[in-house]
Write a protein that binds this ligand. Structure first.
Ligand code: ADP
Ligand code: MG
Length: 451
């Protein structure tokens, strides 16, 4: 029946809408007479409720339902793994409360199929963590043990851990892989103690070949869990089983963590993930759009990447928002549309601009290769765009004069001279003034008539 519902929906909306909103839905079965659908996040939940609830009910009606009802439920992050459209229809959802059985049938089910190395964009912000994860995946238990990855939320720690899991699962189908959040580990331990099943709990975690424990900072202050984890760690370590831990901070900054655990966390390799640079953000958006089969111009992706600078989860959310906005308003993607779609979420003054981006825009405005502008040519045709570029970079970015100078292979006094030249001409030279203003608006994504 779910396939029929999807079939009905698909006939009534665009492909982009279908792939964005319906393909990732997860059928959770019927509860209290209502068809329950699992969604990735509250934004999707809200959006589906507002825009598509009626359509889904129509679909059910067309299949003979008398009083069709649809509701949406946000899935916990770990259940993302179940969100593939190709997933076979699931049975009824597990009863709420504690997990049905402390021993899972196949641990790999807890790996999100999206979180692979292939889908991980490598940039200067994460290349060390990526290289370490790959080394561990290639020789588990031998390269670095444990591997400790830390960084702020939404920067790819969980993704990277799952990637190692997939890699090993593919090459060594017999290896037992266990991914667990520290929270789940704690809850399962509590349940095991209550139900007198601690032996089973221990056997389970001490018999794996690869143990991935996410957000280990949540061990702080949990003495009983720390104690249990200490023994799990030792058992695995002694048997040369690979352990990967993630945290939002390095071991030394985790408060109330037992010294013996902290020192163990430091035995292997500690590596961090930083916020992605502009180019990496664009690449991530691009991959995301391709995956979701959204045909969106590069410059729109660039605008999004400029506005959302810290968190990759938010970056993906912003892309969704732009897609939703243009599909709702039935307008093609453009910088102006994207700027509007994001205007409630990100204040315009937060727009971040990169030097390279300014240079590219200036180059395209003056119809000249960026390298020529950065080169050594001294003819007026090149000097003016170069001065405009330096002026705009100073105006729109936080870069210092020496940094700008370095970018152009010149010293800071040259940049200062360029800026005062342009300032002097503004308001006098109409052509130059228009160029500067057009470019400034474009860079800030304010240009309503862009495209
Ligand atoms: P963390 O565990 O650090 O909070 P996640 O691993 O959950 O972050 O990543 C958040 C989102 O960003 C996920 O959807 C993930 O796929 C995506 N993501 C993070 N890093 C990258 C990357 N380098 N390339 C592609 N997607 C990424
Ligand atoms: Mg995580």
């Amino acid at each position: 029946i779910w396939a029929d519902v999807l079939g009905y929906v698909r006939k009534n909306i665009s492909e982009v809408e279908y792939h964005t909103w319906f393909a990732p839905l997860k059928n959770l079965g019927v509860q209290d007479g209502s068809l329950v659908l699992g969604v990735r996040n509250s934004f999707a939940q809200e959006w589906l409720r507002k825009q598509y609830q009626g359509l889904l009910e129509d679909a059910l009606r067309s299949l003979g339902a008398q009083h069709p009802q649809v509701s949406f439920q946000v899935l916990p992050a770990a259940q993302d793994a179940l969100l593939l459209p190709s997933d076979p229809p699931p049975g009824p959802p597990p009863a709420p409360g504690r997990p049905a059985s402390p021993i899972p049938v196949d641990n790999r089910k807890t790996l999100n199929p999206k979180y692979t190395f292939e889908n991980f964009v490598v940039g200067p912000n994460n290349n060390l963590a990526h290289a370490a994860a790959l080394a561990v995946a290639e020789s588990p238990g031998k390269a670095y043990n444990p591997l400790f990855v830390y960084g702020d939320v939404g920067l790819g720690k969980t993704h990277l851990m799952h990637a190692v899991g997939h890699y090993i699962a593919e090459r060594f189908p017999d290896k037992r892989i266990e991914y667990v959040s520290t929270e789940t580990f704690t809850n399962e331990l509590i349940n095991a103690i209550r139900e007198d099943k601690t032996t089973q709990f221990r056997n389970r975690y001490r018999s794996v070949d690869l143990l991935l424990v996410d957000d280990i900072q949540f061990l702080a202050g949990k003495e009983r869990t720390q104690e249990e984890f200490f023994h799990t760690f030792n058992a695995l370590y002694e048997n040369h089983k690979q352990i990967i831990l993630s945290s939002d901070r390095p071991p030394k900054d985790i408060q109330t963590l037992e010294g013996r655990l902290r020192s163990r966390f430091e035995w292997g390799l500690i590596t961090d993930i930083q916020s992605p640079e502009y180019e990496t953000r664009v690449a991530i958006l691009k991959m995301n759009a391709e995956h979701n089969r959204i045909d969106i111009p590069q410059e729109v992706l660039e605008l999004i990447a400029r506005q959302v600078t810290t968190n990759i989860r938010e970056l993906e959310g912003a892309l969704m928002r732009v897609v939703a906005f243009s599909s709702l308003n039935n307008v093609p993607f453009s910088r102006a549309v994207a700027a509007k779609a994001l205007s409630n979420v990100f204040a315009p003054q937060e727009v971040k601009v990169e030097m390279m981006d300014v240079l590219r825009q200036v180059a395209s405005h003056f119809n000249m290769p960026p390298d020529v502008i950065r080169g050594s040519g001294r003819v007026r045709e090149v000097v003016i765009p170069r001065q405009v570029a330096q002026y705009l970079i100073r105006d729109l970015t936080d870069h210092s004069l020496p940094e700008i100078g370095q970018f152009f292979g010149r010293d800071h006094s040259t940049v200062m001279h360029a800026i005062s030249k342009v300032t002097e001409q503004l308001g006098k030279d109409t052509e130059l003034t228009a160029a500067v203003e057009t470019l400034r608006r474009k860079m800030k994504g304010l240009d309503e008539d862009a495209d």
